[in-house]
Structures are given as C-alpha cells and as structure tokens.
Write a protein that binds this ligand. Structure first.
Ligand SMILES: [Zn+2]
Length: 87
C-alpha cells in the first residue's frame, strides 16, 4: 500500500488499494472511494485473493464518486448538495 493520489475534496492523503487488477483510492476523512483504473500499476500481481477480499470489505465502507480524479471533481461541482450521486 502506498499514499499516492490526494483526495480531491480535502486534499489529504488517500489510501491506495487493489481489488484484483483494479486500483482504488479511498479517503478516510471524507469516506469516499474512487477507482483509478486497472492494470496501470503492477503491484496487484503480487497480492492474493485474501488481500483483495479484505480490500473489498474496506471499500464497502466508502461512498463511490466518479471513476477518476476528473470525474470526482465533476460530480462534486455539478450535483446539488444532498442529491444522490449517480452511481
Ligand atoms: Zn478527503
């Protein structure tokens, strides 16, 4: 695990985790998660089903926003406050 992409909302560090070949970032402070993509990095290949199951459980605690940083900013600036996110 590594701290890579800062959260678009609070600009804080996000936690980077993989589920299979798909990369996710989560922000503990905002309780948000966003998908970065898949097969961009290769560290997932060294992880196991066990790690991915644990990471899936982690992701369930977070609210999804967008599919990348650009979409995250988009969904936050265009949605009305309190509206359900379109996911
Ligand atoms: Zn945040």
């Amino acid at each position: 695990m590594a701290f890579l992409f800062p959260c678009d909302v609070c600009k804080g560090d996000s936690l980077y985790i993989n589920v299979g070949s798909t990369h996710w970032c989560v922000c503990e402070r905002c309780k948000l998660k966003w998908c970065i993509g898949s097969r961009i990095f290769w560290d997932w290949e060294e992880e196991s089903e066990f790690v991915w199951q644990r990471n899936t459980q982690i992701l369930e605690r977070f609210r999804p926003v967008g599919y990348d940083g650009a979409n995250l900013a988009y969904s936050l600036t265009n949605g009305n406050e309190g509206d359900e996110l379109p996911f």
